[in-house]
Design a protein around this ligand. Structure first.
Ligand code: FPP
Length: 225
């Protein structure tokens, strides 16, 4: 049976969730942040899930109105500060992929501090993709590889990616769209894809559980027969 060791999620639909309730888009992000905690706690307590990678801010998200970008940065900073307690309680290691050098020094400091404090936690690795783009990660990995002068093959290339988080087993996108949006391009080569109409703020551990059950029933052949 398939094991859902690495689950990756494109958390889409925050804005629409809020707008449909007559609320400002940022309220959707606030509720979305609560759901991040619930799904992380569920995965930390799941016997098979080892890594949860979440698309929190893409290289394209800078194009959003300045106020929304600023809100997301502030939310992330406050959320990480608060969330340290959950990481420690649930034994979760925090990792980041993406180019965080574009963030404010304060936010970079918060991110690095959270990574450092949680680095020995073992029950789950939660990876936030921050200022992340799949192509951008591959290009940055190529630059590192060029400097290292290592003979490149598919195996050795992995070490130059942003973090050693391995291949994705399940890629889930909430919010009804059916696209990859430049997420984890290298690592989703053999991922099983799941698309749900549920907006991220309405996504629940129960729905994730049922997607995991569906995943277990899929026939993964990795190109074989
Ligand atoms: C997509 O919804 C979501 C984002 C661009 C940001 C994801 C952020 C969160 C889930 C909350 C903050 C996360 C953390 C870790 C603190 P959208 O705004 O594109 O929704 P729409 O497609 O309905 O407009």
């Amino acid at each position: 049976m398939n094991t859902p060791k690495h689950i990756a999620i494109i958390m889409d639909g925050n804005g629409r969730w809020a707008q449909e309730r007559g609320l400002k888009r940022i309220k959707g992000h606030e509720k979305g942040a609560q759901v991040v905690r619930e799904i992380t706690t569920f995965c930390a307590n799941h016997p098979e899930v080892e890594t949860l990678t979440l698309y929190a801010f893409s290289t394209e998200n800078w194009k959003r109105p300045k106020m929304e970008v600023e809100f997301l940065m502030k939310l992330l900073d406050e959320w990480l500060k608060k969330e340290l307690e959950t990481y420690q309680k649930e034994n979760v290691k925090f990792e980041v992929i993406g180019d965080i050098s574009k963030f404010s020094p304060k936010l970079q400091q918060r991110i690095n501090y959270t990574k450092e404090v949680t680095k020995n936690n073992t029950r789950l690795t939660q990876v936030l993709a921050l200022n992340y783009g799949g192509r951008d990660e591959i290009v940055r990995a190529c630059r590192r590889a060029k400097k290292a002068k290592v003979e490149l093959n598919e195996e050795s290339f992995n070490q130059f990616l942003d973090a050693p988080i391995g291949d994705v087993d399940m890629l889930i996108r909430t919010g009804g769209e059916k696209r990859i949006s430049n997420f984890l391009l290298w690592r989703i080569a053999y991922a099983e894809l799941f698309f749900t109409n549920t907006y991220w703020p309405d996504f629940t551990p129960k729905e994730l559980e049922s997607l995991i059950e569906e995943f277990k029933g899929r026939n993964r052949r990795f190109g074989g027969i």
